[in-house]
Every structure is written in C-alpha cells, then in structure tokens.
Design a protein around this ligand. Structure first.
Ligand code: ZN
Length: 627
C-alpha cells in the first residue's frame, strides 16, 4: 500500500476505540496506534514554506491564523497546475480512483480533450476515473502544461510469507496456564511449514488449523500439558515459548514476545488493567459494543484466555494488551468498610472505601444508575442527605459482587459520571448540568475541552492539494484556536488538549486529559476523508459522533448549529465508538466538520471567513447545549 493511501485512512484508523489485536483480524478498529503512527506520512517539509516564493508559486490570498503558541498556521495552497494525488506512479487493487490537482483558476483545465469542472474559485479539482487491469494513463493539461498520471491496477492477492508473524506468536502479551493444565501454543506461519514449540523442555508439533495454498498465512496450534514444579499458592513467571519453523528448506527459531504465567494448584490467575483504559467487550468478535470501560489498576480473575483476550470472571473480554497478569500470591478480594459522600458546585461523589481496586460495571437505567463492584463484600450505607441527584442507593450482594442501585430524584440533572480509583478506594463521581448565565459572558463558570485531532507526525487526512496544502492536523488546529478565542469571549474556561501543530497526544492521553480537567464538555475537532476510490466531488458536509446516551443531545445541538452557521450539508449525528468520545465523564463528541478530499469543500474549510463562521457556529451550538 502506498504511503498516500495509508495517510488517508489514518484518520479513521487512529480514532477507533477498540483495543489492538495483535493479529490483524477483519475488524475496522484494531489498528495498533503504534503501527499507524509509525506508518504515517511524515509531515511534508515544504508545507509551511509554500508562500516564500510568490513569483514561482502564486499563493491564494488566504487566511494565516497568527497564533502565539503555534506560530502561523498557513492555510494557503498553490494555484498552479499540478496533479496532487497520486503524486507518483502507483499500483493499487482499487477499481476506480479519484485523481486530484491544483490549478490556475483563471484558465481551464483539461482531462484529455474534456474541460474539467471546477466548482470552487481557487483552482482545486478532482476527477473520478475507472481503472482497468494493468497500466492506466490519464493526461491532464492547463495551457502548455501537460501531466500524465500512471496508475497500475493489480489483482487482489494475499501475500505469501516465509516466516512466522511475530505478533501472532502466543503469548504476544501475557500468557497464562495452570500447573498441571494445558498451555496454548499458537502462531501464524506459511501454509505447509513444519512448526514446533518448546516450553518446560517439552517440544510439541503444532498442527495447521486449515488448509491453504503453500506459503499463504495459516494458523498453527498445539498445546503442552504442564508438568513442571510450581509453588502451590503462587502465580509465577515461567518465561517465553520458543518456536521453530521449517519451510522451503530453511529452519528458523522464534521466541514469543510475552511471558507465560503459571498459577500453582491453590492459586488463581488474575489480571490487572495496565492501560489507562481497559475496554471490556461482551463479545470479542463485536468491537463496537463495550460492556465497560475499566480504569488502570482494576483487578479480576481470569477464566480463560486467547492470544487476544482474557475472559474475566466478572464477565466480558479484556484485550491482552490492556492487562498484566498478577505474579506472586494472588487474592482478589475487596472488603467495603464505608462510603464517603462529598459534593461541590459541579458534582457530587461517593468514595467506596475498600481493600483493593475491583473491576466494576455501571448501568444507566430510566431514572436509575447502578454500580457493581466485583469480588467484593460489605454493604456500607450511602449518605444521600445532601444529594441533588439521588433519593436512594440500595446495596445488594450477589455472586460475590456488591451492587448499589441509585434512584434519581429528578431526571435531566445528571450530566455525566465517572468511576476512578484512589489508592484502594473506588470513587464514583456524578456531574451536574451547568447552565448559561445572564449577561454578556453567558459561559462563565463552564469549562470546555477542545481537542484538535492528530498532530505532529500524524497529519490526519491530506486535502485536495496533498502535501502542498494544509493537512487535517493544521485545519483542525486552526478551527480549535478560533473556537477557543470565541468561547473565552463568552466567559468559558477553555482547555486545549494540544495547542501546537507539532504536538501529539495518544487517544488515551486525550481522554485522560478530559478526565483530569473537570470539564463540562469535550469536543474533538476533525475533518473527514474518503477512500481514494470514491468520487469525492459528490460527498460533503458535517457529521457529529457521540458514544454515551448522555452525549446524544449535545451532538444533535452541535450538528444543527454547525450546519445552520456554515451552510454545509447536514449529514448525520451517529453513535460511534471513537475512543475520545467513550468516557461519560461529561458529554463528549467528535465533529467531522467537512471533507478535505472534496475540492469545493476544501476551499471552504481553509478559507478564513468560513473558519470564523464555523467557530461561531460551534460556539452557538455549545451555548445551546448549556441553555
Ligand atoms: Zn481526523
């Protein structure tokens, strides 16, 4: 896959919430962040230098958003004839392609003999072409300038491999087994290979699970019956599994990336969430639904595991990359002694004093909210005498778990909720809905996090001018800074997850920033793109995504105001699982303001006047949210 294609899909790939699967299962979400970040197209060096030579490269008279933190955000792009996508000879399996370019708007552009329709005023264009198998050449011209684009279409084939795929080797993260029990051995190897695994000085031959043509990736699986000596009451790190593969006359040896942990006869395997967020799936094959978003530190017993997931005793599947197996003497038992109530102007909280950090499960019902703490006992009462939200909180114990069912006094005041750990205490925080105030600073007392998507080496989507114009990173930042300034004029306290184009945060860092901010709203700002095979002349407009039901009406209000204020196509509000939107601490939404791959919309999204209008529309929407 060429670099351009990778960068265009990066926006979507980076955003999804699902934890990474070490093997590339056919899912949309689990593109490991590290992988996509590493593969992203490096920030073009020429991007900010374009305006320095006006004779050679006449630049549009466009916005330069001067900002102290980030320097000038250059929104200009060339108005000279050039094909910007593809910007080199490419080969692809796509059956059609959207070729884009820049041009001098005062002269016609031709595709062969036919004049290209340019809907904007700044010379950008795109032409959707069908691709035949083999070489396809397309000729574009403006005046005496002529460019021929060559796109080679090749058949879709699965690449053959000659060795083991390292990430497929069990365990990729932590692996587990019980003394005297079975230990899994598994990897992806070329079909037809001979594969053995060695552990505890035993060697077993792995069987190919399904037939395939020689050399194609195939799963090989086997297992050991553990016979080694292990302390009865402990879980011990027993090291890595060694794999040996013979294929095509060559023998190679590999070692699992992760270690195997073995529980003694009287010990149970347990896992502790090691990532900031540990998403638990009710069904590991359906990455779009979460049972819960656990926090770092949460512990639970493991029922079973694969290379991808631990099955937790509380129910649900935690990705193996998000947890670490607990070594030594393991006792997952939380004894609750008391519940401390606290409140502030914007929230009330309940601290469940315990002895460990248990995994939890939250559930919003009609006028109810419940919190279940697993592997827990004790039912201390909750003091609700100063609660603005709840009238009762009844504890029940069932199956080794304690559940508190809260009944709301009046619906509509609950703005968000959060579970976190402090030491061995579990803290449940509820946010109140803030309201606009009278006067010329109606957002006084309201804190808003603005999150400009991508950053630094992660440029997000490239626009129609490709590397010769501002990318998504820059356009997101321009909108965030303008919106920040307008919100502050309305009295809001605004926090930016990042304020520089060359700054990058992981998705979890952005969510953690939100959780620590005490904010009343989280708005992530992005711009859209499409697959290179799509006719982007026909797709434009704004979308707003949310995850929690508590964020739905916020998403609707922002979409209404954004499209009314900008005149852009009102596409949709949709529930999704973009990782930055999943924490229900307060409403959290992700705005895709428009399509950078659509020539007309790109001109609109990079114009100073339209950016100002968009920021104003976003502010109107935010005011509506708190009205
Ligand atoms: Zn994006």
């Amino acid at each position: 896959m060429n670099k351009l294609a990778i960068s265009l899909f990066l926006c979507a790939a980076l955003l999804f919430a699902g934890a990474c699967s070490p093997r590339s299962l056919p899912r949309q979400d689990p593109v490991p962040e590290s992988l996509t970040a590493a593969e992203s197209t490096p920030r073009p060096e020429t991007m900010n230098a374009g305006g320095s030579s006006p004779e050679a490269t006449p630049m549009a008279q466009q916005a330069v958003v001067a900002v102290a933190e980030s320097g000038a955000l250059d929104m200009s792009f060339p108005q000279t004839f050039a094909i910007t996508r593809p910007d080199e000879k490419i080969s692809t399996t796509l059956t059609s392609y959207f070729i884009t370019g820049t041009s001098d708007p005062s002269q016609p552009v031709y595709f062969g003999e036919e004049e290209v329709t340019r809907l904007g005023s700044k010379g950008l264009f795109g032409v959707h072409v069908d691709l035949a198998m083999g070489d396809n050449t397309f000729t574009f011209s403006q005046g005496d300038d002529k460019t021929t684009v060559t796109i080679t279409r090749k058949p879709q084939t699965t690449a053959k491999i000659t060795g083991l795929v390292q990430e497929s080797i069990y365990p990729a993260f932590n692996g587990s087994a019980r003394a005297g029990g079975t230990l899994l051995a598994e990897c992806t190897a070329p079909s037809g290979a001979k594969v053995t695994a060695t552990f505890e000085k035993q060697t077993v031959e792995l069987k190919q699970v399904a037939q395939a043509n020689a050399g194609l990736p195939a799963t090989f699986r086997g297992g050991f019956t553990l016979a080694g000596e292990y302390a009865d009451d402990e879980t011990a790190n027993a090291g890595k599994i060694e794999y040996t593969m013979t294929y095509g006359g060559t023998t190679k040896t590999y070692e699992s990336t992760g270690d195997v942990f073995v529980a003694g006869a009287n010990s149970r395997l347990a896992v502790q969430v090691s990532n900031y967020l540990g998403l638990v799936y009710p069904d590991p094959a359906v990455p779009s639904s979460f049972r819960e978003k656990l926090k770092k530190g949460g512990v639970d017993y493991i029922e079973s595991q694969t290379n991808d997931h631990y099955k937790l005793s509380s129910g649900g599947y935690l990705p193996t990359e998000a947890g670490r197996i607990i070594e030594g003497k393991v006792a997952v038992k939380n004894t609750l002694s008391s519940v401390e109530s606290a409140s502030g102007a914007k929230f009330e909280s309940y601290t469940f004093k315990g002895t460990i950090t248990p995994v939890f499960f939250t559930k919003m019902g009609e006028g109810t909210f419940s919190l279940t703490l697993f592997n827990s006992d004790g039912m201390p009462a909750v003091d609700l005498s100063s609660s603005r939200l709840f009238s009762t909180a009844e504890p029940t114990v069932s199956g080794g778990a304690v559940t508190y069912e809260f009944t709301q006094k009046v619906q509509g005041n609950l703005w968000g909720y959060n579970v976190s750990y402090t030491g061995t205490d579990t803290v449940l925080r509820f946010a109140y809905k803030p309201h606009v105030s009278e006067g010329d600073k109606p957002l006084t007392g309201i804190t808003i996090v603005l999150d400009p998507g991508h950053g630094d080496q992660d440029n997000g989507a490239l626009g129609v001018p490709g590397k010769t114009g501002p990318d998504e990173n820059a356009v997101n930042m321009a909108h965030a800074l303008l919106t920040r300034d307008l919100l502050e004029k309305q009295g809001a306290k605004v926090l930016l997850t990042r304020s520089r184009k060359d700054e990058f945060l992981t998705l979890d860092q952005r969510v953690e920033f939100f959780e620590k901010s005490g904010a009343d709203l989280f708005v992530s700002i992005h711009h859209n793109s499409l697959a290179e095979s799509t006719d982007a002349n026909t797709v434009s407009g704004t979308e707003v995504y949310y995850h929690s039901g508590l964020s739905r009406s916020t998403a609707n209000k922002l979409l209404e105001n954004l499209t009314a204020g900008t005149g852009r196509n009102k596409r949709k509000v949709a529930q999704s699982y973009y990782r930055v939107t999943i924490l229900p601490y307060a409403p959290a939404v992700l705005c895709e303001l428009g399509y950078l791959c659509n020539p007309l919309e790109y001109e609109n999204l990079t114009s100073a006047a339209q950016q100002e209008k968009t920021a104003q529309a976003l502010v109107s929407g935010i005011k509506a949210v708190f009205s």
